[in-house]
Design a protein around this ligand. Structure first.
Ligand code: NAP
Length: 488
């Protein structure tokens, strides 16, 4: 199957922080792939900016090296690669100073889509937005792209939104959560709202519970300074897991359009049962990996022997609305776990009466598994008769679909960043978070963090390479449920 490429208008994309890790690993390779796919009109230009002194040629050489490392397929297409590099320019610019802005103004053209990608530390977001406004580079149609962390708590998220709002209207602001750019996440909406099969079952009457797991096998990988102040709750739950929960739980929007979808997601966040001091011990688990299996402990990696930051969190969330009341959403995320795995598991209730007495004890029952990582796909677990002459014994089998295979080989799926950058150019905000969503998510997570602090809870230690602390298993066991294994 060949995926359809939606044409975009010619654009000027300015990358602030163009020499940084995100630009090299994701943004530049993503743009290259979109050009190869025929989605980057020849008149388009990418203008990299940072403080260091580079000529256009030196910046192109840096981008060339980034392609070799992060888009190795570029080596097979030297002419196309040269065409891409030719579309790159560089302007030396200090985001907080006066230098460079006039030069940037000269490079920007009045007659094409203009987007500013802030691939810099969030402390610079406000200053850059302000400079873009003062210098008149932010036209009424230009777009600004920012990425997590979008604040550290509700107050800082509000302050950031207010800073951005001084120069840009909400329809110009693109807050990236790259999870929303994944094929499977969008497919979640297609599966729910384009098929008549699931929607009648998508509620507390038929769904026993939902599990959302985002497991990483890596540790904090040199991000200790940032991570030790954030922890799994701020780094993963407030954004990625909340977004997955919203898409799973939301009501059907009136249409597939940015505000219709985002209105429904916001309603879900606002319907989450609050978790405060009274509930936090029963409904949340924090963990921190210790040393083992050849790995250093979290505290050693973070360089903070007394760190109380969680590298794992599990939460039993409840949604207080007609559709979901009584169906818990169990969330968990952590580092140094057995495998890298992200999935949403919708576990359906057992049939009201089993005619196969004594058979179903060990079986999970029907479950729809929406896999985001490592391979994107969907599996429906079905119970069938165990084949053979052994009588009427039941077993579970997967009805499996891998998107990469269905679309004709791995690599056929665009990376989330590729898709999202092109959505920015097209002016489609459906897969981006609105400011009020971000604030509502913080309004739910802040009291949980405050309760942990008030109670002085220490994260429970867990072994690297496992599935997190024992307490996380107990969170489910207490409810006579169990997590699906974390397996690659
Ligand atoms: P990074 O590697 O530290 O790069 C920062 C970039 O900003 C560099 O190009 C740096 O170049 C430039 N810069 C720093 N201060 C500047 C200033 N005053 N004026 C102009 N440019 C300045 O950071 P990163 O990992 O790419 O991350 C960028 C942003 O994306 C951060 O907000 C991060 O949280 C977010 N993010 C990153 C990833 C990832 O995979 N890396 C994933 C999700 C989110 P000079 O030093 O030459 O100025």
């Amino acid at each position: 199957m060949v995926s359809r490429v939606i044409p975009v208008e010619p654009f000027d994309l300015v990358i602030f922080g163009a020499t940084g890790d995100l630009a090299r690993r994701k943004i530049l390779p993503g743009l290259f792939r979109r050009m190869v796919a025929g989605q980057m009109p020849p008149e388009s230009r990418v203008i990299g900016t940072a403080r260091r002194e580079l000529t256009d040629a030196e910046f192109r050489a840096m981008a060339d090296a980034a392609l070799s490392e992060f888009a190795p397929e570029a080596d097979r297409t030297p002419e196309i690669r040269a065409t891409f590099l030719d579309r790159l320019d560089y302007v030396r610019l200090d985001a907080l100073g006066a230098e460079g802005w006039d030069e940037l103004a000269v490079r920007l053209r009045p007659d094409c889509v203009r987007a500013f990608y802030l691939s810099v530390a969030p402390t610079l977001f406000g200053g850059i937005a302000q400079r873009l406004t003062e210098t008149g580079l932010a036209t009424p149609d230009s777009r600004i792209v920012v990425e997590k962390p979008l604040g550290h708590d509700l107050a800082s998220a509000r302050a950031l939104n207010a800073q951005l709002a001084r120069g840009f209207s909400e329809r110009q602001i693109y807050r990236i959560d790259h999870y929303l750019g994944k094929e499977t996440v969008q497919n979640l909406m297609a599966i729910r709202f384009a098929n008549a099969l699931f929607e009648p079952l998508w509620n507390a009457r038929h769904v026993d519970h939902v599990q959302i797991t985002v497991a990483e096998s890596i540790g904090i990988e040199g991000r200790g300074a940032y991570y030790d102040r954030a922890g799994a709750m701020r780094d993963m739950v407030q954004n990625h897991l909340m977004q997955l929960l919203c898409l799973t739980a939301m009501e059907p929007p009136a249409k597939f359009a940015a505000d219709a979808v985002r209105d429904e997601k916001l309603k879900v966040i606002r319907s989450l049962e609050p978790i405060g001091v009274a509930e936090v011990a029963e409904r949340t688990v924090r963990g921190q990996y210790r040393a083992g299996n050849g790995f250093a402990s979290y505290a050693e990696e973070a360089g903070n022997p007394d760190s109380r930051t969680e590298s794992f969190v599990a939460i039993k969330a409840g949604i207080a609305n007609w559709r979901w009341s009584g169906t818990p959403f169990y969330l968990r995320t952590g580092k140094r776990l057995r495998a890298r795995l992200s999935e949403i598991v919708v576990v359906f209730r057992d049939p009201p009466h089993s005619i196969f007495s004594g058979q179903n004890q060990a079986l999970h029952g029907n479950a729809l598994i929406i896999r985001l990582q490592p391979d994107e796909g969907i599996t429906l677990m079905m119970t069938i008769k165990d084949p053979g002459p052994g009588g009427m014994r039941l077993t579970e089998v997967p009805l499996d679909m891998s998107f990469a295979e269905t679309l004709g080989g791995s690599g056929a799926l665009p990376d989330a960043y590729e898709r999202l950058i092109m959505d920015v150019i097209r002016g489609d905000q459906t897969l981006f978070m609105r400011g009020d969503e971000v604030e509502a998510a913080w309004a739910w997570t802040d009291p949980i963090i405050a309760a942990w602090e008030e109670l002085g809870t220490r994260p429970a230690p867990y072994d690297p390479g496992g599935s997190g602390p024992e307490d996380a298993l107990m969170l489910m066991h207490r409810d006579h449920r169990r997590w699906r294994e974390i397996e690659a």
